[in-house]
Write a protein that binds this ligand. Structure first.
Ligand SMILES: Nc1ncnc2c1ncn2[C@@H]1O[C@H](COP(=O)(O)OP(=O)(O)O)[C@@H](O)[C@H]1O
Ligand SMILES: [Mg+2]
Length: 324
């Protein structure tokens, strides 16, 4: 990671020509140059960093017209594909849906790649579930809002799986890739990004094509991206919404959230898995319904009794429908 301002801009960059905006019917955006991005991020300064993920740093920028964007600078050590990069980005930029984070453009500067997205005021679901105190989580993330977030993310996922041509497998569904706008509307972020990395050079494989705690157990080390894999990961996100817990429990008897919920259910303690900040709010019945009808099916957890047995291969569309 480099916060050094001199290193932020590659020496051979061409400030006027190298910024590519994808066509989203907003012609006026095309007037921007890379220099505008440099200015809008205080030369990719430390104070503008809003996140650091597996692909690199994310900067907040306010453009001259007041439009806010998030700029993702992909780390150059990642063996990014060169030739197909633009084609891949163009393909991803074709995905337009109200529950997908819009990709506005990209830019190639020497070894650096920048992706430009709409800025999401309320950050990620991961922040709200796991990095806030209980008061903030419970007052802003009550159960109806969590359900709406799940529905929104489900619609976004359903769109890339079922509607987009060609279909897009996300490959890294997790709560930090579900972003929230001012109204807490959910947007799926970063779909298909792992395709920008050379498959035979993924030295930190699991980081790049998925995240621990979200990967179906049967995939093990041989994890390949599939629609079913995305649905499993989405099931884990639903469990996070229901339990308020991280996908990997940090507690002493460290285990995965899925395994813990499974054990609690087999001991008849399913009510105890629900997020304590949501208990006593009158939504328990609906939460348990979601736990059984959806998470369990998506995750393929053995159901204790019918009618919840089987039905592992739920599609994105069905999942979104069932959350209605
Ligand atoms: N479009 C965006 N708007 C606002 N915040 C964002 C945006 N994209 C990313 N972030 C923030 O930056 C963090 C890092 O993002 P990212 O590099 O995608 O890594 P990860 O998805 O692994 O968290 C996110 O968790 C989020 O808090
Ligand atoms: Mg992300």
């Amino acid at each position: 990671m480099s916060n050094n301002k001199d290193e932020a801009i590659p020496s051979n960059f061409n400030s006027e020509q190298s910024l590519v905006f994808v066509s989203r019917g907003k012609g006026e955006q095309n007037k921007l140059t890379f220099t505008d991005l440099v200015k809008a991020t205080s030369n990719f300064g430390k104070e503008n960093i809003i996140g650091c993920g597996s692909y690199g740093l994310v900067y907040k920028a306010e453009l001259p017209d007041g439009f806010k964007v998030a700029i993702k600078k992909l780390t150059s050590e990642m063996c990014l594909i060169d030739r197909e990069f633009s084609a891949e980005i163009d393909a991803l930029s074709m995905a337009h849906h109200e529950n997908l984070v819009p990709l506005w453009g990209y830019c190639i500067q020497g070894n650096s790649r920048f992706l430009i997205y709409s800025y999401m005021e309320n950050g990620s679901l991961d922040d709200w579930l796991h990095n806030m105190n209980d008061d903030a989580s419970s007052s802003f993330l009550d159960w109806p809002r969590r359900l709406r977030i799940a529905q929104g993310a489900g619609h976004g996922l359903s769109y890339i799986h079922d509607v987009c041509k060609p279909h897009i497998i996300h490959r890294d569904i997790k709560s930090s890739n579900i972003l929230l706008d001012k109204e807490f509307k959910a947007y799926v972020a970063d779909f298909g990004l792992s395709r920008l990395i050379l498959p035979n050079k993924t030295h930190v494989t699991t980081e790049l094509v998925g995240t621990f705690g979200y990967i179906p157990p049967e995939y093990g080390q041989g994890w390949v991206a599939t629609l079913r894999g995305d649905m499993y990961s989405f099931g884990v996100v639903l469990l996070e919404l229901l339990t308020g817990r991280r996908p990997m429990l940090i507690s002493s008897k460290s285990k995965e959230l899925v395994q813990w919920v499974q054990e609690m259910r087999s001991e008849g303690k399913q009510i105890d898995v629900l997020d304590p900040t949501l208990r006593g709010t009158g939504h328990e019945e609906q939460m348990l319904k979601v736990l059984y009808r959806l998470s369990v099916r998506l995750l393929g957890i053995e159901a204790a009794a019918p009618p919840f047995a089987g039905a592992v291969g739920l599609s994105g569309k069905e999942a979104a429908k069932r959350l209605k």
